[in-house]
Design a protein around this ligand. Structure first.
Ligand code: PTJ
Length: 255
C-alpha cells in the first residue's frame, strides 16, 4: 500500500469520514449490496453536503425531531432500505427500527432478488429481524415497473414510511397513497424532498443517529410526539434551509 492509500484509512486524515463512506460503498458494490449507480448518487449527495458545510443544519435537525415523533405515533411505520443506505448505516437502521417499532423493508430502485437477499442478510447480521426483502407481492400505485415492487405487509400497508435516498417517482407515489413520507436526501431540490411530508435534507449517517436520539427522548410521551408533528411546518423548514445556504454563500462572497 502506498503512503496515500494508508493515509485514507487514517482517522486523522481531514477527509476521513468522506473517504470511509466511499470505501464502504465501493466494498458494497464488491459484495453485491450497492449498484454502481449508487456511487454516482453518493457523489451527487456529497456535492450538496459541501453547501451545508458537511454538518446538520438547524432546519434538518428540526425535521429529524419531527420524523422521530411521526414514527413514534405511527400505527405502522416502515423503514425502506436500499443498497446505499445498507452499506453506509445498516447497524443504525436496525437500531432505529427497534427504538420506533418500525418494520424494515428492503426496497430497491434497481431490483434483483439476489441483492435484496444480500441486504437482508447484512441487516440480520446487525440484529435486524423479520426484514422484508425477496419476493415482493404488491405494487406501488402508479409505478408500473420493477421500481414499484413492494411488500403488502410492509410499505404497501404502512401509514408512515422513512425513505432514505429515495427516487422521486416512488416518493410521489407513496405520498399519493396518503402515507406520511419522511425522506432523507441531501438534495434540497429533488422531487423526493419537495414532495415528502417531512423532508430531512441531511447526510444519512448523521440523520439516522439523530432520529434515534429524538425517538429515545420522545418515547413514552405520545402527547409531546403528537404536538411535535402538529407544529412542524415542512415548507417553512425548507425555506429556512435555502435562506441559510444563501447566507453562507453571501458571507463567502463578501467576507
Ligand atoms: O439500491 P437501489 O437499487 O435502490 O439504488 C439506490 C440509488 C441511490 C442508486 C437510487 O435510489 C438512485 O438512483 O437514487 P437517486 O435518484 O440518485 O437519488 C438519490 C438521492 O440521494 C440524491 O438526491 C442524492 O443527492 C442523495 N444522497 C446520496 N447520498 C446521500 C444522499 N442523501 C443523504 N445521504 C447520503 N449519503
Amino acid at each position: 500500500m502506498c503512503p496515500d492509500e494508508k493515509a485514507k484509512f487514517d482517522p486523522s486524515h481531514p477527509r476521513y469520514i468522506s473517504l470511509r463512506a466511499r470505501e464502504l460503498l465501493v466494498a458494497g458494490v464488491r459484495d453485491g449490496i450497492v449498484v454502481p449507480e449508487g456511487l454516482i448518487a453518493h457523489g451527487r449527495g456529497e456535492m450538496f453536503d459541501y453547501l451545508f458545510g458537511e454538518e446538520t443544519l438547524a432546519p434538518a435537525l428540526s425535521a429529524e425531531r419531527a420524523a422521530a415523533a411521526a414514527m413514534m405515533i405511527a400505527e405502522k411505520p416502515v423503514i425502506s432500505v436500499n443498497g446505499n443506505t445498507a452499506a453506509l448505516c445498516a447497524e443504525d437502521i436496525v437500531l432505529l427500527s427497534k427504538v420506533t417499532g418500525a418494520c424494515i423493508e428492503v426496497n430497491l430502485f434497481h431490483w434483483s432478488d439476489e441483492r435484496a437477499k444480500a441486504i437482508r442478510r447484512l441487516l440480520e447480521s446487525k440484529g435486524g429481524s423479520e426484514v422484508l426483502a425477496e419476493d415482493p407481492d404488491a405494487v406501488l400505485e402508479g409505478v408500473h415497473h420493477d421500481r414499484g415492487r413492494c411488500h403488502a405487509e410492509g410499505i404497501f400497508s404502512a401509514d408512515t414510511v422513512l425513505v432514505p435516498l429515495e427516487d422521486g417517482d416512488r416518493a410521489c407515489a407513496l405520498a399519493g397513497m396518503g402515507k406520511t413520507v419522511i425522506s432523507i436526501d441531501l438534495n434540497p431540490l429533488s422531487r423526493t424532498t419537495l414532495f415528502s411530508t417531512i423532508s430531512i435534507v441531511d447526510e444519512v449517517t448523521r440523520a439516522v443517529p439523530n432520529i434515534i436520539r429524538f425517538s429515545n427522548e420522545l418515547a413514552e410521551n405520545a402527547v409531546l410526539a403528537s404536538n411535535t408533528v402538529q407544529s412542524f411546518d415542512n415548507a417553512a423548514q425548507l425555506r429556512e434551509l435555502f435562506r441559510l445556504i444563501g447566507e453562507r454563500f453571501a458571507k463567502l462572497a463578501h467576507p
